[in-house]
Design a protein around this ligand. Structure first.
Ligand code: 6PG
Length: 240
């Protein structure tokens, strides 16, 4: 697949396989061109059925050639139910037998989150550049956040670091997140957006003048594609 349409709207039950097929294709394309692929996974619930489909239905992916990063992480240990790493391990990394050496986990349990972020940035910088990421998977929050780039947080203005800790007052929680410079130079960005609660944020984000955190990535990266179900897309693609 050479050029990707900007938005792919499918029935909710089709989204896991459709998105997984595009992700598999992007991984195989990067490996064909460079011999390897680096992907950043998203957290939250939306990716889970897509991960399961990717692990179950695409055995041609040579995971030994794929480096797996995480777009963000909660400041919790890796076995915490809130951990994005734990979710990815259970839904994709273990079922697909991704080699542990290929998985770059944030040390989110560290008491020094800034040191953990700097360590993560160093792992990312060990990648050939550009791009550090061949594919970034991102979700969308109802407030327009993506990764842990939340409205009103300091991380939105950071241009001189690739990975930072961030306080999220709206959640009364600390997070770790990759910053805009990483996502903006990724070869491809796929947004995975499902459910009615994303309808307003998605309708705003796709507007060229949107000021929501995800909008900057949607409109200004080289190739951003939005996979959404009809519930989320209701306001941008009203039913025929
Ligand atoms: C996280 C994610 C976050 C997520 C959105 C959507 O750590 O939670 O990185 O940005 O993608 O909040 O989450 P859902 O898919 O659960 O709706």
């Amino acid at each position: 697949m050479s050029s990707r349409p900007e938005r792919i709207v499918v029935e909710a039950q089709e989204l896991p396989h459709t998105a997984a097929a595009w992700i598999a294709n992007a991984i195989l394309q990067a490996i064909q061109e460079t011999g390897r692929c680096s992907i950043a996974l998203s957290g939250g619930k939306s990716p889970q059925p897509i991960h399961a489909e990717l692990a179950a239905a695409f055995p041609a992916i040579p995971w030994d050639k794929v480096e797996v990063f995480f777009g963000d992480e909660r400041a919790v240990p890796p076995d915490d139910p809130q951990s994005n790493y734990r979710m990815a391990r259970e839904t994709l990394l273990a079922p697909a037998r991704v080699p542990d050496a290929n998985v770059f986990r944030w040390r989110a349990e560290s008491p020094d989150l800034d040191a953990a972020a700097r360590e993560y940035e160093a792992a990312l910088c060990a990648r050939p550049f550009p791009p550090r990421l061949d594919l970034a998977l991102l979700g969308l929050g109802p407030d327009g956040h993506t990764a842990s780039l939340f409205p009103g947080t300091a991380a939105l203005a950071i241009e001189d670091r690739l990975a930072v800790p961030v306080d999220v007052p709206a959640l009364a929680a600390r997070r770790l997140t990759l910053t805009y410079p990483v996502f903006m130079e990724a070869r491809e960005v796929f947004f995975l957006v499902t459910g009615r609660d994303k309808r307003a944020a998605l309708a705003d984000v796709v507007r060229p003048g949107s000021t929501l955190p995800a909008a900057r990535i949607v409109h200004r990266t080289r190739s951003a594609c939005i996979f959404c179900d009809r519930d989320a897309a209701q306001d941008i693609y009203p039913p025929a």
